[in-house]
Ligand binder design. Structure first.
Ligand SMILES: Nc1ncnc2c1ncn2[C@@H]1O[C@H](COP(=O)(O)OP(=O)(O)OP(=O)(O)O)[C@@H](O)[C@H]1O
Length: 818
């Protein structure tokens, strides 16, 4: 065991600091770099992004997700590998929010003591653990659930409110050197290592290993490509935090020499913008911001998200605090920049410009805002001193911060041309001159953002680009039966979280309505939803272990929700990149998972083209047990009939309320326009349809109350051949739960049925056990067909020849006889 953190403060020191903090001297307290010194932030207003995101209809940036129309065939870029490591190790890593199980987060916290004393203290701490763990778990859950009852003001307040953090500070924080060895090798700041360990990350992922030395210690620009879920956020996030920490420490040393300087310049209380991180979607910006906040937990560095849908008052308040790191979407960032928002336009001290999911931002040239943001960045080939831009704010920036700006460009799907470096060299001097050009490729984008020719290009993607532990598959069905097959999947194999991707919002609405009628626990996510509803949907999906999220491609990139076991491509995406990102919502951070594409005859050409661009020759076909299908179809047919009536009713109601609203606004009295006969007829029709609806619903409920089984299965005689081991186990569990056969009063109230006997096999398990490998390469298929035809022709010819020979022989024999 070795001490990694700086020596913890003595008790008297801590008391002094606490007093200072109480007296409202937050700055001094913060300077100590310890969490209990962050109380100054406590007084700040509530600034949780989830809390104040006002629903807005400015679909702008995001609504473009559903009208994506790019083509397949993006591959072929040759990237130059940097680090030796090519594939992530198969080792299991502990993920999550520092629940203490890692042995690090919760591990010992002692000052450098030895011998008996140390042992005793350790024992004491061990006793404390269970309660700590419980507390941590509760905290983790509440944040996972997105319960924002107590919204957070930047990571500083996070730190303040976190008892664990306080405990760590009170008790010191000692880390097992063996456990953090891999992180120490990367020469990260001890406080950073501490944060990472509390997150439960025992070792860097390959992309982190490759990027951190280049970005944090060699000061290089980085273009990083690695499979989905491989930890790219920290691959660019840790170098940023490392540099800010190093600079702060150097500055602090300088300030000690110069007592006249004001401490406000040390950056503890916000300061000029140091890192601007741009992501393509709001959800991703919030997620990246949360991830960095967690990593910056002990650092008193502010990370703030700026996204569309956030109220302007909230935004103003956040920006007033002068956060060092901002994560945002291009639309909202540019809106503020073009309006002259001080913190966002004073960019002389910007040390990092990051483009996450960079390739999404250039698709179809949607993002003029991004181009405008890039054009606002100070030019890099002019030194700060020579820059013609106003330098007023530079007065407050310590000289150490005036290093060159670093540019990081990351995605799971980046393709660069062979001569990219040369282009960077050539383009560097001219890139700013041609500002009228559109940004049409990652290369141009990087060049324009000031990427230097010696940039580290780290490509850790494998040939198929998808995550290593992702099992891909497909299911063949007709277009009309897609809903039935989806229902089959979700009810027979509905284990773990599932995302169902639709390409259009209309399809999403249809699917989610049918699933709802069929009693499948599902939420929706698309760009036409208000921001608050979008975040709520994600939170609910995250909170439920077996939930289904029906989403458009708004959810395709970056979304990191643990426990997503299955991704269903209900409609095929428009590009191979989107397929990769969609599929990458599962099998993240060394977990496994599977994706299933539903392929109708009209999807086949697109599907083969997709497989070709991903260099796939064969793919597993998801096994479907046909005995379930008659019952599935029956339920679907009932659900469709119900859906039709419900839709018709809601359309009529909408029409009526629209008429009423307009009449009211015009101050007109509404009269029944039809005759009495018509009114009676209409009334009758309504009654019939309501009765019909009731009847259908009853019938469907009757079906849903029974397990989805084949017709041959007897629900009445459980002792028959229909009792599977699973059913037996379920029955045993049920009898254990309710040994006396008496139901609690709570359960008694519920009239619902309990469904048992379902084959609860995960899709991945089903795929592994009985998925059939099928050739999906058109070329290979053609080749096979050609070979088969040649073989058949040869056989035919051979047969013909032998027949001819036999005929000749017989003829000869006959002649001989004569
Ligand atoms: N060193 C690590 N060890 C274990 N887990 C990690 C490590 N670094 C990051 N993670 C976790 O891995 C998950 C995926 O990380 P992240 O979202 O950064 O992946 P990504 O590569 O950006 O994915 P995508 O391409 O889909 O955006 C997160 O839950 C993160 O907390």
């Amino acid at each position: 065991m070795a001490e990694v953190s700086p020596a913890p403060p003595s008790l008297s020191e801590k008391k002094k600091e606490a007093k200072r903090a109480k007296k409202g001297d937050p700055l001094q307290a913060a300077e100590s770099g310890r969490l209990d010194s962050l109380r100054w932030n406590d007084s700040l207003p509530n600034d949780d992004p989830f809390f104040l995101l006002a629903g807005s209809n400015e679909g702008g940036f995001l609504s473009l997700e559903e009208i994506d129309e790019s083509e397949y065939g993006f591959l072929g870029g040759v990237l130059e590998p940097l680090g030796g490591e090519k594939k992530p190790k198969g080792k299991k890593r502990k993920r999550g929010s520092g629940d203490g199980d890692s042995g690090v987060g919760g591990s010992c916290i002692v000052q450098a003591e030895d011998g008996e004393k140390k042992g005793k203290k350790k024992q004491k701490k061990k006793k404390k653990r269970p309660r700590d763990k419980k507390k941590k778990k509760e905290e983790g859950e509440s944040s996972d659930n997105g319960e924002k009852g107590e919204p957070v003001e930047g990571n500083a307040k996070d730190a303040l409110n976190n008892d664990d953090a306080k405990n760590d500070i009170d008790e010191g924080f000692l880390i097992d050197e063996d456990e953090v060895y891999a992180w120490k090798e990367l020469r990260l700041h001890p406080l950073l290592i501490k944060s990472i360990c509390r997150l439960g990350f025992k070792e860097p992922t390959p992309i982190q290993k490759a990027c951190i030395p280049a970005a944090a210690h060699q000061g290089k620009d980085v273009i990083g490509a690695a499979e989905t879920g491989s930890g790219k956020t920290l691959a660019f996030g840790l170098p940023i935090l490392q540099r800010l920490l190093e600079e702060r420490e150097k500055d602090a040393r300088l300030f000690q020499k110069d007592p006249d300087e004001k401490p406000v310049e040390k950056g503890f209380r916000g300061g000029p913008l140091r890192a601007l991180i741009v992501t393509p979607t709001r959800e991703l910006a919030l997620q990246v911001s949360d991830h960095l906040k967690a990593a910056a937990k002990f650092l008193a560095i502010q990370v703030v998200p700026i996204v569309g849908g956030m109220s302007s008052e909230k935004q103003e308040r956040l920006l007033k605090r002068k956060p060092e790191i901002i994560v945002g979407t291009p639309g909202r960032l540019w809106e503020l920049m073009s309006a002259g928002e001080h913190h966002l336009v004073e960019l002389h001290s910007l040390s990092f410009f990051v483009l996450d999911e960079a390739d999404r931002m250039i698709e179809n040239g949607h993002f003029h805002e991004l181009q405008s943001i890039i054009d606002m960045l100070p030019m890099l080939n002019v030194s700060v001193e020579q820059s013609s831009q106003p330098t007023t704010i530079c007065k407050t920036i310590p000289s150490l911060q005036r290093k060159k700006r670093q540019t990081f460009v990351f995605s799971a799907t980046i393709a660069l041309s062979d001569n990219f470096r040369k282009k960077l060299k050539r383009g560097l001097s001219t890139s700013k001159l041609s500002t009228s050009d559109g940004i049409s490729s990652i290369e141009k984008l990087s060049e324009r953002a000031g990427m230097r020719p010696d940039a580290a290009i780290v490509d850790l993607t494998n040939a198929s680009i998808v995550a290593a532990k992702l099992e891909e598959s497909f299911m063949e069905c007709s277009e009309e039966d897609k809903e039935a097959y989806l229902y089959y999947l979700l009810s027979v194999h509905g284990q773990g979280r599932t995302i169902v991707f639709c390409t259009s919002i209309a399809a999403l609405r249809r699917v989610s309505s049918i699933l709802h009628i069929l009693g499948i626990n599902s939420w929706t996510l698309h760009a036409q939803m208000q921001q608050r509803a979008r975040l709520k949907a994600i939170d609910r999906f995250r909170a439920n272990e077996h939930a289904v999220l029906v989403a458009t491609d708004v959810a395709a990139r970056g979304l990191d929700i643990p426990g997503i076991r299955t991704v269903v491509h209900y409609q095929l995406p428009h590009s191979a990149e989107v397929y990769i990102h969609r599929s990458g919502r599962t099998a993240r951070a060394s977990a496994d998972g599977c994706c299933i594409a539903l392929i109708s005859p009209s999807d086949k050409a697109k599907f083969f083209s997709l497989c070709k661009s991903l260099s796939k020759e064969s793919l597993r076909q998801f096994p479907v047990n046909d005995v379930y299908m008659p019952e599935v179809m029956k339920r679907l047919s009932l659900a469709h009939q119900i859906d039709k009536i419900v839709r018709k009713n809601s359309q009529e109601n909408a029409k009526k309320s629209w008429l009423l609203r307009n009449a009211e606004s015009l101050e007109l009295a509404m009269e029944d326009s039809g005759s009495e006969e018509e009114t009676v007829k209409c009334h009758k029709q309504k009654k019939i349809s309501s009765l019909q609806l009731k009847k259908l619903q009853q019938e469907l409920n009757g079906h849903l109350a029974r397990p989805l089984q084949s017709k041959t299965f007897s629900n009445r005689f459980l002792a028959g051949a229909g009792v599977s081991p699973l059913l037996q186990q379920q029955l045993e569990e049920l009898s254990k739960k309710n040994p006396s056969g008496n139901m609690s009063s709570q359960e008694n109230k519920r009239p619902g049925f309990l469904v048992i006997g379902q084959d609860c096999v995960e899709p991945l398990q089903a795929l592994r056990s009985s998925g059939r490998e099928v050739c999906v390469s058109v070329d290979k298929k053609r080749e096979l067909r050609r070979l088969a035809e040649t073989w058949k022709r040869k056989k035919r010819e051979e047969k013909k020849r032998t027949r001819e020979q036999q005929r000749k022989k017989r003829k000869k024999a006959k002649e001989g006889m004569k």
